[in-house]
Design a protein around this ligand. Structure first.
Ligand SMILES: [Zn+2]
Length: 112
């Protein structure tokens, strides 16, 4: 949680405790409708504080860009590097690996 999220959750908890205290005082004086409204407000504050905390934890647990697997471009670069390293002659390269030049040491592998 960021400091701002801590402050928001703490403020909501404090507001909820204040509302609950007022609800208790009004209940003591038998002002039930007002006490019930303040009690509902206290519950809403507690629920919102929990929501803010949960969302902050979920956001913190989300993987960052550094945790992501390498980009597809890196994988393509790797494939091209492997193919380039295994090239034996230009004809093999231009024929997509089906044919070799007559002077290539792998000429016997040419597809016929
Ligand atoms: Zn070749």
């Amino acid at each position: 949680m960021t400091p701002g999220e801590y402050a928001r959750a703490a403020a909501l908890w404090l507001l909820g405790i204040g509302l609950l205290s007022l609800a208790t005082l009004y209940a003591h004086d038998a002002l039930w409708p007002l006490s019930a409204a303040l009690g509902a407000g206290a519950g809403l504050c507690a629920n919102t504080a929990l929501y803010v905390s949960t969302r902050a934890e979920e956001r913190a647990a989300r993987p960052t860009a550094a945790d992501q697997p390498p980009a597809v471009a890196d994988a393509i670069d790797g494939c091209v590097a492997v193919a380039a390293a295994s090239a034996c002659c230009e004809k093999w390269w231009t024929s997509c690996g089906f044919m070799h030049e007559a002077t290539c040491h792998r000429w016997r592998e040419t597809a016929r």
